[in-house]
Design a protein around this ligand. Structure first.
Ligand code: XMP
Length: 203
């Protein structure tokens, strides 16, 4: 079962640590929820990838925290490599994709687990999936922490999804806004003024 998260209200609302209150409006997914769900995901993956060594291909930079927590719960033989993808759009809109780091490991005939932080319009995952498929692996499974299906433009779904989220631009747990907030230990939504000011600075 994929948990679907909405911003909590009233008493159940997780409280934002004082250090972050000026910028963080609310916590969408707490560190405890992340830990629990990632452990479940690693069990799902483990059940599907028994025996053979797999190649985990993770997209830079947003997957750092998710990847670290996911693979340390996977008791499977694996090799790890990264693909760097950057979307040259300002602020919260994705633009054209540019590859900033290419895959080094040979994936031909191998089982590949492709990991990304968030599946939004689907452009990134479908482009990277096609790129890996052209290298002729035995199979590719895709794994994302967050799924924002409301904004999908490509016909793509991930095999393993951590959380279904509504159409908010989220930060934290590796995800950034203008390269900031990656170090938050939870997934959060910022105050509107932070997005507005950040976009002005980027322009
Ligand atoms: P697409 O639209 O290609 O998006 O599916 C995938 C990439 O866009 C970034 N992205 C976000 N980053 N908060 C972020 O920090 C978000 O809400 C968000 N939505 C999309 C992200 O890099 C992802 O890999």
């Amino acid at each position: 079962m994929k948990p679907s998260v909405r911003p909590a209200s009233g008493r159940s609302k997780p409280s934002v640590p004082p250090r972050w209150r000026k910028e963080v409006e609310s916590i969408l997914i707490t560190d405890a929820q992340l830990e629990k769900r990632i452990l479940q995901m690693s069990r799902e993956i483990q059940a599907d990838f028994t025996g053979r060594e797999m190649v985990v291909v993770s997209l830079l930079n947003g997957t750092v925290m998710f990847l670290a927590d996911l693979i340390r719960s996977l008791s499977l033989p694996l090799r790890l490599d990264f693909i760097g993808v950057s979307s040259y759009g300002a602020g919260t809109e994705s633009g054209d994709l540019v590859f900033t780091k290419e895959l080094r490991l040979d994936v031909r005939g191998r089982d590949v687990l492709l990991v990304d932080d968030i599946l939004d319009t689907g452009r990134t995952l479908s482009r990277v999936h096609a790129k890996i498929k052209a290298l002729k692996p035995r199979r590719i499974k895709t794994c994302v922490l967050l799924n924002k299906s409301a904004r999908r433009v490509e016909d793509v779904e991930a095999d393993y999804v951590g959380f279904e989220i509504p159409d908010y631009f989220v930060v934290g747990y590796g995800l950034d806004f203008a390269e900031r907030f990656r170090n938050l230990p939870f997934v959060a939504v910022l105050h509107p003024h932070v997005y507005k000011e950040g976009i002005k600075k980027l322009k």
